[in-house]
Ligand binder design. Structure first.
Ligand SMILES: Cc1ncc(COP(=O)(O)O)c(C=O)c1O
Length: 439
């Protein structure tokens, strides 16, 4: 496993700014139809005064840049490399920023996501999943043959899966074998072998398959723990230690002999401090290990799930003097109705924002060109497809036409609702860029 950062085609990413804006992208001002994204951004329009249509979800640039930089610096100090999960944003511009900050690879969850990355020539991809789809496997094999710089690894967790992969590749002239890592899971968790001995059996099946090469061990601790109680943290710790045990076992049995450095990968955005701590403890027998984190949601952080769960939001072992991640996504919606004293309806619904972890959190109020003011004593109680129900605390002055700014929980299910998102500067209103997504 090589340690240098992965590459991306900078020209292909830059070309996104030449895409023309029109009605296909919700929220864009009609005066900009026919302009390119770059031309719009160069005019530095104001989100509230220059024709954008609500609801909108914006990316706050200073917070985003802070998060990318903070995580990159922390990983370097912690002795791990980062393969950020790209499924959070599916935005090549943001992947490019993560790679420019030194990311080792980009992680995908599906073969289609790998295809998006490859359209931008991302040179190293971790597919954090099994890949038994014949068509997808053959496409990966062709891609490896077409581009000698392309490195790819996916996961295996059953002998049957390995056999299916081997069958799909049989009789094909492979430029290189497909790299795989044995996934360890845990009882009550998601995919991954449940026992170390099962992992050894799967690795043995890989060794018997000429089209495949075993490069390490993979896992996802957040499939086993969902909060930050001492029990949950201890479950994560125990699981990571089992990943170590499987790695050492595979090495001792000679099943990792084809690589000079063994890949061991875990880590979302909830427990990455523990992952780094356990995976960087000294390895026995001079085993050379590359610990790879796959955090994705850290990039925008949030005002809900990750505010509760991120090591940057709770007592933690991060001692480098980091400032915590900052939420970089904000939704803006207008009050369209005040039908009852305690109720306001906003132009924002399930089509626009995440609702799978927490409902949006009202935080700011903007009235007719004025500056935003903190909004307390209001809460969103329900979302319909295109409406939010705002419970208005007594004494709170909220009027039809006001804009409400909301914090969001779980970025992954926000980005997928937007194909083009305004990026705003420190004032929260000046649009300086547009970010394109592909889901
Ligand atoms: C296998 C895997 N790795 C990494 C991640 C990234 O986790 P997070 O979104 O908390 O950063 C996910 C998220 O679902 C995942 O499923």
């Amino acid at each position: 496993m090589v340690q240098h950062p992965a590459g991306i085609d900078g020209a292909a990413v830059a070309a996104l700014a030449e895409e023309r804006i029109d009605w296909r992208f919700k929220g864009m001002p009609s005066w900009a139809f026919g302009l390119t994204a770059r031309e719009l951004a160069e005019r530095r329009p104001n989100l509230f005064d220059d024709g954008f249509l609500g609801p909108l979800v914006v990316i706050e640039r200073p917070a985003l840049e802070h998060n990318v930089r903070t995580m990159a610096e922390w990983c370097e100090r912690a002795g791990v490399v980062l393969a950020p999960h790209g499924k959070t944003t599916m935005a090549p511009q943001l992947l490019a920023a993560q790679l420019a900050a030194g990311s080792w690879a980009i992680t995908a969850a599906t073969a289609s996501q790998v295809q998006v990355y490859r359209a931008f020539d991302v040179s190293r991809v971790v597919l954090a999943n099994q890949l038994v789809d014949r068509a997808a496997l053959r496409w990966v094999a062709e891609e490896l043959a077409r581009d000698p710089r392309f490195e790819f690894v996916c996961w295996v967790d059953s002998v049957r899966g390995v056999e299916l992969m081997a069958e799909a590749l049989a009789g094909r002239k492979l430029a290189r074998p497909i790299d795989v890592a044995v996934e360890l899971g845990g009882h009550g968790g998601r995919s991954g072998v449940r026992e170390v001995t099962d992992g050894v059996a799967v690795a043995g099946a890989v060794a018997a398959s000429p089209g495949l090469r075993l490069v390490g061990v993979s896992g996802y601790e957040a499939a086993l723990s969902h909060d930050t109680t001492p029990e949950a943290l201890s479950t994560v710790d125990g699981y990571l230690r089992r990943m170590r045990e499987l790695t050492v076992r595979l090495a001792r049995e000679g099943l990792l002999a084809d690589v000079d450095q063994v890949l061991v990968t875990a880590g979302g955005s909830c427990y990455f401090d523990q992952v780094a701590a356990v995976l960087t403890e000294p390895w026995p027998d001079g085993l050379r290990v590359l610990p790879v984190l796959r955090s994705g949601s850290y990039v925008t952080h949030d005002d809900g799930l990750y505010r509760r769960m991120s090591p940057f939001g709770r007592p933690h072992e991060l001692t480098g003097g980091e400032t915590p991640f900052r939420p970089a996504l904000r939704a803006w919606a207008q009050v369209t109705s005040r039908p009852e004293p305690g109720l306001a309806l906003l132009t924002l619904g399930r089509r626009d924002v995440s609702f799978d972890q927490d409902l949006p959190e009202p935080q700011l109020l903007r009235r007719a060109g004025g500056p935003p003011a903190p909004l307390e004593s209001c809460r969103v109680t329900a979302l319909n497809d295109q409406h939010a129900f705002l419970d208005v605390g007594s004494g709170t002055d909220i009027r039809v036409g006001d804009w409400v700014g909301l914090g969001l929980s779980h970025p992954c299910t926000v980005f997928d609702k937007w194909q083009l998102m305004p990026v705003v500067d420190a004032d929260g209103a000046t649009v300086v860029d547009l970010v394109r997504t592909w889901f």
